[in-house]
Design a protein. Structure first.
Length: 269
């Protein structure tokens, strides 16, 4: 497929069937974009839509999120999983508020110095918040490129895909629209063909949630968000798993949980 034919295919899909009504694609500003990008990490779009709107009602700006209690942030986040994302998002808001006057930097390297922002999120913020083009790859983009440009290949590396992404991005008027189109077309491919990402060198099958450390962590946070302070023994009766002490140690190190007079609670920082 030629580059021109590829661009035409993706943009035609976008015009006819793109998800233009997603809430983070309307009323765009850098804060809203960052919240959506963090929520969409490892969480499906339908689950994010409701929580995104609830989160913005509770914390409509970097400053509002920065000064909120950790418990308050985690309560709103409940249902999305991967609670560490919420903690990093709040820490990012605090740094943006304190160091940048509440204005998110529009610079790729600077963005990556903020808590919870890695290479992909930095690129996504540039594209969706500022319409600044920067080559990036996520699961849907990877799926599209492997399907159309690496037919029959296995162990396709992202380093092989990125030059194509960059080449096509250089011929596009709007980075925001192009990446939205790629992601929506990739979602369509996921529903209609065997997953090309299985041919990626970076493909990792997601571990089961049931019985995982993530499940224990979530159970601990839910219990503590009820507002009761537990002794370790009381919590052990509530979350009966021999891995609980290790989970509590990790949650304390990460700033989720603190001990006050021998009782456990969500950190109030």
């Amino acid at each position: 497929m030629t580059d021109a034919a590829f661009r035409k295919l993706v943009l035609s899909y976008w015009r006819l069937r793109g998800r233009h009504d997603l809430p983070w694609r309307k009323h765009i500003n850098p804060y809203r974009v960052l919240v959506s990008e963090v929520m969409l990490q490892q969480t499906q779009v339908p689950r994010v839509i409701e929580k995104y709107q609830e989160f913005l009602r509770a914390f409509p700006s970097f400053r509002a999120l920065a000064i909120a209690s950790t418990a308050g942030v985690l309560k709103v986040w409940q249902g999305l999983g991967y609670n560490r994302r919420a903690l990093m998002l709040q820490r990012c808001a605090q740094e943006v508020t304190c160091e940048y006057g509440g204005t998110l930097p529009a610079d790729y390297k600077t963005l990556q110095t903020l808590p919870g922002i890695g290479p992909y999120t930095a690129g996504a913020v540039l594209a969706f918040a500022f319409d600044i083009p920067h080559p990036m790859i996520e699961t849907n983009i990877r799926r599209v490129y492997i399907h159309h440009f690496f037919s029959g290949r296995k162990e396709v590396a992202d380093a092989e895909i990125l030059p194509l992404v960059e080449r096509h991005l250089g011929r596009i008027a709007s980075a925001r629209d192009w990446y939205g189109a790629l992601m929506d077309y990739g979602t369509y491919l996921a529903q209609t063909i065997p997953n090309p990402n299985r041919r990626s060198r970076h493909h990792v099958r997601q571990a089961s949630f049931a019985g995982s450390m993530r499940q224990i962590r979530g159970s601990v946070i839910r219990a503590l968000l009820e507002g009761k302070r537990f002794t370790p023994d009381q919590l052990a009766r509530r979350v009966a798993d021999p891995r609980l002490p290790a989970v509590l140690d990790a949650l304390e190190r990460e700033g989720f949980v603190s001990r006050v007079h021998g009782r456990l609670q969500v950190h109030e920082g």
